[in-house]
Design a protein around this ligand. Sequence first.
Ligand code: PHE
Length: 466
Amino acid sequence: MSESKGQFNSNFGFIMATVGSAVGLGNLWGFPYKMGTNGGFAFFILYMIMLFMTGFSIMLAEFVVGRSTGKAPIEAYREMNSKYTIVGYFAVIAAVCLLAFYCTLGGYTMKYFTDNFIAIFNHSGIYAASDTGEFFNSFINNGPNVVLFMAVFMIINLIIVMGGVAGGIEKFTKIAMPALFIMLVIVIIKVLTLDGATAGLTFMFKPNMEAFQGTGWINVLGTAGGQMFFSLSLGMAAIITYGSYLSKKESLVKNAIIVPVADTIVALMAGMAVMPACFAFDIEPSGGPGLLFITLQQVFNDMGSVGPIFGFLLYFLVFIAAITSSISVIEAVVSAVIDSRIKNGKGYNRKVIAVVVCAIEFLLNLPTSLDALGGAGLPQPLGFCWLDFYDLLAEGLLMPFGSLCLSIIVGYGMKMDWMAKEIELEGNKFSGRGYWTACFKVLSPIAMVFILLGQIDGFFGLGIFG
Ligand code: PHE
C-alpha cells in the first residue's frame, strides 16, 4: 500500500514543526549553562557570529536540498549528484545515533513531569525528596523504570509520526509549540519575581571579556558554534526532510531567518527561566543532566506549596520541546526508508515503517537507558558511556563533517544559480544573494572546520585550542 509522502498544509505549520525540531533539550539545558560558564554575553556574541557565518546559510541550504528534490537526505543528495550520496548517509546515520540517546532523555522528562504532577496533589514523592541528587541517581539506577519511560516516550513519538506529516506532525506541533511558549513565559515571570533572581540574569548577561583573552575565544567559538548547530537541528536529516514537505510557494529565505531567530529567542528565554531560579535559591548552576534534573528540582522543592505546579509546568515544557525534536528525527529516518523503497519500485506503508524504525531505536536506546548500570552489560565503546558514544558519532563527528561537506557542495559543486532556481520559484526573491554566496564559499566552511575541531577537542580532551 502506498500513499503520497505528504506535505505541510501551511507555512505556519511548517514553521511550528521546524522550530519544534530546533527547540529541544539543547535550548533548555545546554544553552543557559554554556552561556553562563563561557563568558555570558561574550558567549552570546560569538554564538551570533557563528549563526551569521554558518547557521542561517546551512539552514537555507538544507531547505533547498529538501524542497528541490522532494526527498529525504540519501536520495536527495543522490539526485543532486550520485557522488554526494555519502553525505546523505552521514545525515541519516547521525539521526539514528541522535535518537539512540535523545529518547532516553525524553523518558527522563516524562518521569519528572509525572512525578511533579502527582506531587501537586499529595506533596510527597519527588517533592519530599531531601536530596534531589539522590532521587535522580536512584531513578537512573532503576533500569526497568528508565526503560519504561523511554518506551512510553517512544510510543508517543510513534503515534504522532504514524499520523503523517499534516495529520500527525503538523497538527501536534501547531498546538504544542504555542503551548510551550506560554508555559515558558509563565515560568519566567514566576522565577523573575523570586528574591535574588537578578543575580542569575547577571550571570548570564554580564559581559565577561576574560573569555576573549589569549586563545580562549577560539575555544568559546567552538563551543558556541557546536551549540548553535545542534540547537538548529542541522546536519541530522531533519531539516532537509521537513524542507521536502514544504510547498513551492513559500519563501525559503524568509523561513531560513525565522527559524534560527525563534530558536535563539527560546534559548535566551530558557536561560532566563533556569539561571535566575538557581541563583534565587543559592544553588550553584552546574551543567548537563545535573542542572536540569537535580538543581532545578531542588529549586521547585524549595519553592513551597506552589513548587510542584511550577515543577510540572517546567518539566512538561521540556518534554514538549524534546518530543517535537525527536519526531523530526524519526520522520527523517522513516522518510529515508520510504524513499529507498520508492526508488526500488516497491510499495510502502508509512505506519509499518514507523513501527520498525521505532522498534530499532528502542533497542539502540536500551544501553543508553541502562548506562548507569553499565550499559546492559555491553562493553563501553571507546571507553565512553553509551550516551556519550552515540553523541560523539552524531553531534561530534557526522553532524559537523556532513555540514562542512554541504557548504562546499553548495558553494563549489552545485553553485548559487542552482540555489537561486529553487529559491526564486513562484516569484520569491533571493534577497541578500551576495551574503549567502560569501557564506557558502568562505564563511561557512571556515566556521564548520572550527566547529568540527571544537567538537573533537571537547569529546577527546585533546587540548587543540589550549
Ligand atoms: N535541536 C534539538 C535540540 O536543541 C536537537 C536536535 C538535533 C533535533 C538534530 C533534531 C535534529 O535539542
